[in-house]
Design a protein around this ligand. Sequence first.
Ligand SMILES: NC(=O)c1ccc[n+]([C@@H]2O[C@H](COP(=O)([O-])OP(=O)(O)OC[C@H]3O[C@@H](n4cnc5c(N)ncnc54)[C@H](OP(=O)(O)O)[C@@H]3O)[C@@H](O)[C@H]2O)c1
Length: 248
Amino acid sequence: MKLLQGKTALVTGASKGIGRSIALTYAQHGANVAFTYLSSVEKGQALEKELEAFGVKAKGYRSDASNYQAAEDLINSVVADFGGLDILINNAGITKDNLLMRMTEEMWDEVINVNLKSCFNTVKAATKTFMKQKSGSIINMTSVVGIKGNAGQANYSASKSGIIGFTKSVALELGSRNIRSNAIAPGFIETEMTAVLDEKTVQGWRDAIPLRRGGAPEDVANACVFLGSDLSAYITGQVIQVDGGMLT
Ligand SMILES: NC(=O)c1ccc[n+]([C@@H]2O[C@H](COP(=O)([O-])OP(=O)(O)OC[C@H]3O[C@@H](n4cnc5c(N)ncnc54)[C@H](OP(=O)(O)O)[C@@H]3O)[C@@H](O)[C@H]2O)c1
């Protein structure tokens, strides 16, 4: 069953990890997919071809999510290239971890700008189109540490908590225009990044999760399908945890 047939989605940060999985899962469900990347140029270009193999329209854009003007240009290009925009997924994110004592101003600013300001940038630019269409689904990627906090991640946790406040505020402001705004809070998702970590440590994390496994990128992508589709037509202002019960 194709749940996103005829819809156009923009996924930021789709060259790898969770974003790549969202883009592929969306294409499998019939969505036309615009996506961004920044440093992984080859991977971004390769993804365009992989998506097209599903018979949908796909286009990658090299765009820095933290840059306000770049985000406005991006949304304008996507709307011109695809003829509209139905689903906006703010997935691009980075970490610059350290204890507060050792965290520099640059580490703080960069994480807040890439993770949090990026959501403001794209949502602000996309709102015009959503209002005109009288519909839109915004999905912002937060994290369980945005709910709970995490030692060594003050900048990252703050950015992810900020995303939750932003998501709920947008839901309240734009609900009357049939624009929905939700967030997804992944727990421990196993990606290329975690594959290089010490297996014993990772197994310890898995054992502490009620469902006894790390999440797969597809677990997050499937939640994005639900929030992007009409199955969630009456859901806005929510944070869905995709964490195997980790934060319960
Ligand atoms: N993995 C987890 O366990 C986990 C848990 C909770 C939340 N999350 C969140 O889920 C999202 C994806 O995480 P991930 O694990 O898939 O990370 P990842 O594998 O490191 O991928 C991050 C993506 O973001 C892009 N990106 C980074 N900075 C960017 C910028 N300034 N402008 C545009 N794109 C940028 C990267 O593109 P380039 O490589 O092309 O630069 C890449 O495609 C993030 O928001 C993360 O905070 C992840």
